[in-house]
Structures are given as structure tokens and as C-alpha cells.
Design a protein around this ligand. Structure first.
Ligand code: SAM
Length: 184
């Protein structure tokens, strides 16, 4: 079985956007307890590297780094473990909520922007990026650089995401390396 209800969100996003294919190299940011990692392996990814603040029970076919994605050396450790460009960068990272909506929104956008910057560095030509964001305004700022370097950028609310939650996902496909490197 899946380790998290969140697994169904990735299943629904993948069914709609066809993100995971056999042989792809996948990065899973905010991986614990491991549901998305399980889905990526199950759908044929050739390698999955996950990162989380919390330990993740081993998933066969995946490697996990326990650490804070905000640490400056973490992206390099991830890149070394990948051993090449990534085809798909996923981020379901979410900070602990403070209960103060505006603060929570800024904190999650920070994580999503960090994930985007990392994706723009490591994605292969044609690669894809998915990140959790929250509705509330500033998630729109990310769209400008994303539209410059991905062929398609869409927002999606998978049915498994609770209706009362303002969570949604940004799904960007068709990465153009030359443009991505220029934006950085
Ligand atoms: N996709 C996962 C699954 O299917 O099992 C669920 C992810 S959960 C919604 C969000 C995760 O983001 C938490 O496990 C949390 O520890 C992690 N997280 C939050 N901030 C982080 C950071 N700065 N670095 C690494 N992981 C972080």
C-alpha cells in the first residue's frame, strides 16, 4: 500500500500530465513518509532521489538524503547522487504551518522557489517540474520565470487534495535548458 494519502495526489497529477515514464531520473523534495517516492518507483522511474528533514523508511529503487533543502550544500549532494541531469523534479515540501495564513504562504513559496531554482539547474532538455504552492497571490511571481523556460505551465488541484485546503500544484513541462540557464 501507499504510505501517504499524498500518494494519490501524484497518481492523479501523473494520470493527467503523463510525467513519469520508465527510465526517468526523478528528484522528490519533501519525500517523507515516502508516498511520492513509491509512486515514482512503481511507475518505472530508473532512479529516484528523495530529500526530507525526516527519515524515510527505505523504498527499494530509491535513495534518500536526510537533510534540510535550505542547507547550501544540499543541492550539490543531490546532484552528486543523481550523477546526471534529472528528468523530473517534484516538490511536495511544506513547512510546518504557523496558523498565520500570510506567513505560511510566504514560507511555502520560498520552498517552491528554491525547488524551482534547483530544477532549472539540474533538469534535462524536455524535463518537468511539479511543486506544491498555496493560493494567495505571490505564487504568480514564479510563473514569469517558469513561462520563460518551460513550454507549458499549469496549475492543478488533484481531487485527492482537500477542497478546503488552498494547496495546489504548479506543473511545468517541456523544459528548455538554454532558456533555463539564462534565467538563473
Ligand atoms: N509527498 C510526501 C509523500 O507522499 O509521502 C509527503 C510530503 S509532506 C506533505 C511534506 C514534507 O516536506 C514533510 O515530510 C517535511 O518534513 C518536508 N519538508 C519541509 N521543509 C523541508 C525542508 N526545508 N527540507 C526538506 N524537507 C522539508
Amino acid at each position: 500500500g501507499w504510505r501517504s494519502r499524498a500518494a494519490f495526489k501524484l497518481i492523479e497529477l501523473d494520470d493527467k500530465f503523463k510525467l513519469i515514464r520508465p527510465g526517468l531520473r526523478v528528484v522528490d523534495l519533501g519525500a517523507a513518509p515516502g508516498g511520492w517516492t513509491q509512486v515514482a518507483v512503481k511507475r518505472g522511474a530508473s532512479s529516484v532521489v528523495g530529500v526530507d528533514l525526516l527519515p524515510v523508511e527505505p523504498v527499494r529503487g530509491a535513495e534518500i538524503i536526510v537533510g534540510d533543502f535550505n542547507e547550501p550544500d544540499l543541492p550539490d549532494r543531490l546532484r552528486a547522487m543523481l550523477g546526471g541531469p534529472a528528468d523530473l523534479v517534484l516538490s511536495d515540501m511544506a513547512p510546518n504551518t504557523t496558523g498565520h495564513a500570510a506567513t505560511d504562504h510566504i514560507r511555502i513559496i520560498d520552498l517552491a522557489e528554491l525547488a524551482l531554482a534547483f530544477a532549472m539547474e539540474v533538469l534535462a532538455e524536455g524535463g518537468a517540474f511539479v511543486a506544491k504552492v498555496f493560493q494567495g497571490g505571490s505564487e504568480k511571481d514564479m510563473l514569469v520565470p517558469m513561462k520563460q523556460c518551460f513550454a507549458s505551465v499549469k496549475h492543478a488541484k488533484p481531487p485527492a487534495s482537500r477542497k478546503e485546503s488552498s494547496e495546489l500544484y504548479v506543473v511545468a513541462t517541456g523544459f528548455r535548458q538554454d532558456r533555463g540557464r539564462a534565467v538563473l
